[in-house]
Ligand binder design. Structure first.
Ligand code: F0G
Length: 364
């Protein structure tokens, strides 16, 4: 049996939820070294990726959703609701199904990858496409009264609590914290969660804890004295952190991070500042190139938003902003299978005769 996050990290999560867990076996995802990708880009770094697409619904959201849905159930809610660019809705729908709760999802019409939409539907979520973007959907969801509907976006502190467990695993798998941890920023919950996890593991205080009083109740277990610098990566068409203010019409091929008004803005800024980290923007072409390299050189198929972490790292390294020899972890947040339409050329494979000899000639 594969332990979920509530069982695997019981000492760091609320006891009442550990006793009444919800789980699909999330967490404990692979950490893989990217040797060929580093060589191909001529960067002298030790690059690792944390493959969060290996979670049950194919994204990191499952860590947070296991805890948030367990809390909703424990608090007597019979419905969970979220706004989503796709992955949160897929995860909420699956965890609500296993917990026996109703799930309501609000999606930006026409801007959600097909696989994610299929997940929300097959798991039985009440799925609504709104005439607006993710930020508009988020404003609607924030008006729900928690006693009726538990909001399971990352403004729910339980989501952050679940997602912080990724840092504990990285420290375990790597034998300590990396020098740098790179990840994409969308609504900014995950970068906040990473930082809280690293701080908790290192026995250090963080003002990002302000997100959830609960954090401070947990015993601090010092597994590593160090904390990484955070490298947040945004798509250049959806980069409010680079502009220093929310933007009205975010646009990027990486629909998962097509967000102009991140809800955890302040906590993410705190995390970045405390870690001595920074934010960079990457173009759609750069993140798609990184996605392609991960797939063709390393055998790892992640979605476009996830590849932004690697693209951002390479840009920083090639600009001489990262010391050679640094140990870096990139979080690959979601599985590439969710978004087949982002891959060019898949729709137009020419048909040839079913003939062995002809194929032999073609591949020679
Ligand atoms: N990568 C992927 C694949 C995502 O789905 C998201 C967010 C992010 C990165 C950014 O994480 O929001 O914590 O900064 N997806 C949300 C959703 C918004 O609705 O699925 P974040």
């Amino acid at each position: 049996m594969k332990l979920g996050v509530l069982a695997a990290h019981a000492a760091h999560l609320p006891a009442e939820l550990v006793q009444n867990p919800v789980s699909l076996g999330e967490g404990n995802t692979p950490l893989i070294k990217l040797t060929k990708l580093a060589d191909a880009n001529r960067v002298e770094l030790e690059i690792w990726c944390k493959v969060e697409g290996a979670n049950p619904t194919g994204s990191f959201k499952d860590r947070g959703m296991a805890v948030a849905v367990a809390a909703a159930k424990h608090n007597g809610s019979n419905t969970v609701v979220c706004a989503s660019t796709g992955n949160t809705s897929a995860s909420a729908a699956a965890y609500a199904a296993t917990a026996g709760l109703v799930c309501v999802v609000l999606l930006p019409a026409g801007k959600v990858a097909r696989g994610k939409l299929a997940q929300a539907r097959i798991h039985g979520a009440k799925t609504y496409a709104i005439d607006g973007n993710f930020d508009d959907a988020m404003e609607i969801v924030k008006q729900f009264d928690d006693s009726m509907c538990a909001v399971v976006n990352s403004i729910n502190p339980m989501r952050i609590q679940g997602q912080k467990t990724v840092a504990f695993e990285v420290i375990d798998q790597l034998g300590g914290a990396p020098d740098i941890h790179a990840l994409p920023i969308g609504n900014a919950g995950n970068i906040t969660a990473h930082w809280i996890g690293y701080c908790e593991a290192a026995g250090q205080q963080t003002a990002a804890c302000g997100l959830c009083d609960q954090n401070c109740k947990f015993p601090v277990v010092t597994v590593s004295a160090s904390r990484p610098r955070l490298l947040g990566v945004q798509a250049s068409g959806a980069a409010p952190f680079i502009h220093g203010k929310p933007i009205a019409n975010p646009e990027t091929v990486a629909t998962a991070i097509r967000i102009g008004n991140p809800q955890s803005w302040q906590f993410a800024q705190t995390a970045l500042a405390e870690s001595g980290g920074t934010v960079v923007a990457v173009s759609d072409a750069q993140l798609l190139a990184a996605q392609s390299q991960l797939a063709s050189l390393e055998g790892i198929f992640c979605e476009p938003a996830s590849a932004a972490s690697v693209a951002g790292l390479i840009i920083q390294a090639q600009a001489g902003k990262i010391a050679p020899g640094s140990k870096v972890v990139c979080t690959l947040t979601g599985n590439g299978l969710k978004d087949p339409d982002a891959i060019s050329g898949t729709e137009e494979i020419p048909v040839i005769a079913a003939d062995h000899e002809q194929i032999r000639k073609l591949i020679a």
